[in-house]
Structure formats: C-alpha cells, structure tokens
Design a protein. Structure first.
Length: 206
C-alpha cells in the first residue's frame, strides 16, 4: 500500500506546469540563431552558457541539470558554429585549408521530402569536391547518423541564411552512388525553405 501511494505521488509531479525558462523545453536541434549571426562579431555576445559550479553545492537539482545540459549542448554546438563562421568568411574554403576541421559539401540538392508531425525529412545529394580525396564510406566518420549539420544557399554562403538540421540516415547503398545520397531531418519546419531547385552548401565539424 505504501508503494502504491509513493507511485501516485511521483506520477502527480508530471501534472505540474512546465517552467518556460526550463532547459527541458529547448529544441534538441539548436535554432539557427545559436549557430549563426549575419555579423560574425556578434557571436560571442549571443552565447548564453551557464558556468559550472566547482566549489560548493548547487542551489537545486534543477539548477544542476540545467547547467550541465547547457555545457554539454555548447560542446556539441560550438564546433559547428566555428565552421559556419569560417565558411562565412571564406566561401571557397577547401577542407585542407580549414583551421576548424570543416567538412564542406557543395552542389547539395533536395531530391524529395517526407512530412511528419515531428518535422521534415529530406533526401539530398551532394558533392565531395572540396574534400580533395576519395572517401571510404564504410570506415568514414563523415555524416554519421545524428550529426548536426548546417546548410546555406550557394548564392548566400551564410551571409544571411543558415538552416540547422541533423543526419537522419546514411545507408551505405546511398553513399556509394554518384552523387552520394543521405537523409537529413529537422523539427524546425518554420526554418526550411522547400525549393527542390535550390542549390545548397552543407557543412559539418569533424
């Protein structure tokens, strides 16, 4: 009986309203504003990362979770932000010239869409010209499922447009085609321009 009461008490905690400032409402895919700003000088001013507490206790369990989530999220996002900023500054950047370990894919075209309540998935083709070498997809860590990538129209090159998404699937059969094919996915449907004729450039961090 005591166990049943404890379970009921625990379940009731889920009925509490979610704090709008809580880290639990953050998107799993960062918005473009967290990766990109038209003015590169504004990047540092826009970062909001909680400092870790190394001396003394945290004020609460929620504070502990929010701070560590913020730090882990920044660890995942910062490398892509650096790559976007570098390509923004050097639009013709080759991968061998990158100081931020950038992977740059050009001639990216959307071949088809799958629409769902959770977001939009798209199959894309891409060119590896800027890698300067042949990729062994069976062993490569490029475009792994779950990797965060950023896309920009070829005529913009992150001057004003940046779409952040992640790799949904990378079947070997698709990667071995010419040109290679992969699937990307985004929940930020309000940030996607659906134009199959648009040519894109896509970047990721090693």
């Amino acid at each position: 009986m005591t166990t049943n009461l404890s379970i009921r008490k625990y379940i009731k905690t889920f009925d509490r309203p979610v704090d709008s400032s809580s880290w639990t409402i953050f998107r799993d895919i960062p918005s473009s504003s967290k990766i990109f700003t038209p003015n590169r000088a504004d990047h540092e001013d826009n970062l909001e990362v909680s400092e870790n507490t190394v001396v003394g206790p945290y004020s609460s369990k929620e504070d502990y979770l929010e701070r560590h989530y913020s730090l882990l999220r920044e660890d995942a996002v910062a490398p892509l932000r650096d790559v976007v900023s570098e390509v923004q500054m050097y639009p013709r950047l080759m991968e061998s010239e990158s100081e931020n370990c950038a992977h740059v894919y050009e001639k990216v075209f959307i071949m088809g869409f799958t629409f769902a309540n959770a977001g939009i998935a798209a199959r894309i083709t891409l060119s590896l010209r800027r890698s300067g070498k042949k990729v062994n997809w069976e062993q490569s860590k490029r475009l792994l499922t779950g990797a965060i990538v950023a896309l920009t129209p070829v005529n913009d090159m992150f001057k004003s447009i940046c779409h952040v998404t992640f790799i949904a699937a990378r079947p070997l059969s698709g990667l071995q085609r010419n040109p290679p094919e992969i699937d990307i996915f985004s929940r930020a449907t309000d940030e996607i321009d659906i134009d199959p004729h648009q040519e894109w450039v896509m970047v990721e961090s090693k």
